[in-house]
Write a protein that binds this ligand. Sequence first.
Ligand SMILES: *[C@@H]1O[C@H](CO)[C@@H](O)[C@H](O)[C@H]1NC(C)=O
Ligand SMILES: *[C@@H]1O[C@H](CO)[C@@H](O)[C@H](O)[C@H]1NC(C)=O
Length: 447
Amino acid sequence: MEKSPYKFFVHFSFFLLCTFCLFTIYSAGPSTVDAAIKNFEKKFKDKTKNNWSDRENFVSHSGKYTLIEVDGDQDAEVKVDTVDGGDVKVKTEQHVLPCTLDEATQRLIRFIFNNDMFKEAMTSMNLDIKKMPLGKLSKQQIAKGFEALELIEAAIKKGERNKLEELTSKFFTIIPHNFGRNRPPIISDDSVLQGKKEMLLVLADIEIAQSLKAESEKAKEEMKDTVPHPFDQNYQSLKCKLSLMDKKSKEFKIIEKYLNATGRKGLTLVDVWEVDRDTEAERFRENYALENRKLLWHGTNVAVVAAILKSGLRIMPHSGGRVGRGVYFASENIKSAGYVCPSNNIGIMFLNEVALGKEYTITQDDSSLRKAPAGYDSVVARGSQEPDPSKDVFIELDGKKVAVPQGKVIKQQQYQGSSFFNSEYLIYEESQCRIRYLLELKFSSWS
Ligand SMILES: *[C@@H]1O[C@H](CO)[C@@H](O)[C@H](O)[C@H]1NC(C)=O
Ligand SMILES: *[C@@H]1O[C@H](CO)[C@@H](O)[C@H](O)[C@H]1NC(C)=O
């Protein structure tokens, strides 16, 4: 049927069409230039039902080509060569300095900036990486995607179900998906909608990582004879100090014990880094007066790790979940590990110092929460189980005592009626969190 969004066959074929027409224009003599322009404008009209001269006010029509906002030059995707997994092109006349990072850190940097990993993440979210290649992601396109979702949200709220098919179709023209042979599903309820918002948040973070790489590339082109190693460049672009931890240290053992006690079987700790984001120490100091600090888990898609190291754990206008719009943490590794989406069985998780202050307890979902109730600093959705609190140890970080669970998970008699199985710890101010450790984990298969 005419209306199905995947028939909005866009992008490359249209780009080729434009290229071809422009080529015709430029290679033609003056007498044929006008004819070529006319020809192009006619083709544009045929394919899009829009006037080229009025493309500022472009309107998408069902079954026709549309215009897509792209960023940077058209060759962006092609230009990125894979040099030893570094995904960075090296100009031959420049001398590349040896990498200054230790081996484990090189491996980490290569992993979190790897284009194959980003593509895998996009494909697993049903995004069409042919129509939306990495090098062409743009902030404007993603912002338009969010706007399209907001229209869908409003239509769902007003019960205007007859509008949903067209609005969904508009969303899929802005953010091209690939559902294989399946019909694209109509976005018609809140949970599918929230899923799409989360997908766009991941996409926005992939765009951040791509921009970091593009900036490094540009900086390198301006350098003279010697350039830093690509891994060093990507590392520096994060503005975040990563220090590989000694596996024999006391802190490493405490972290490993926390993982062993609260994680699932078959999860192996590969390495741990201490994390020090450039601006985070200062921001965290605002909460110096807040006591009740705990080291808590945060798990996330590998595709957003570079963006988190660069920008921290953020509360976005479209974030959401069972405990509202805040930053989510867990006391059980197994809870956070569910959000990891490993690539080649490798996943990244964060341990964070969270200044919880006065905790407000809930035992039922409340997705409308936007801040802790007056007089409280955090919200804890109590799980019916929790790592045995009597076994917590305290480590000292910047002069503050921070609790670290070490005990096995036990039933919490007083919360047996809770709608939460595992506890979730929420803060609604980004400054109440300081990322302390990054863990590289091997997720062996489930069998
Ligand atoms: C395109 O331009 C023509 C002639 O200038 C005009 O008649 C027509 O209404 C325009 N179409 C659209 C879709 O703007
Ligand atoms: C954690 O579990 C692993 C694998 O079973 C084991 O080798 C390691 O010694 C344990 N570490 C701690 C600190 O309990």
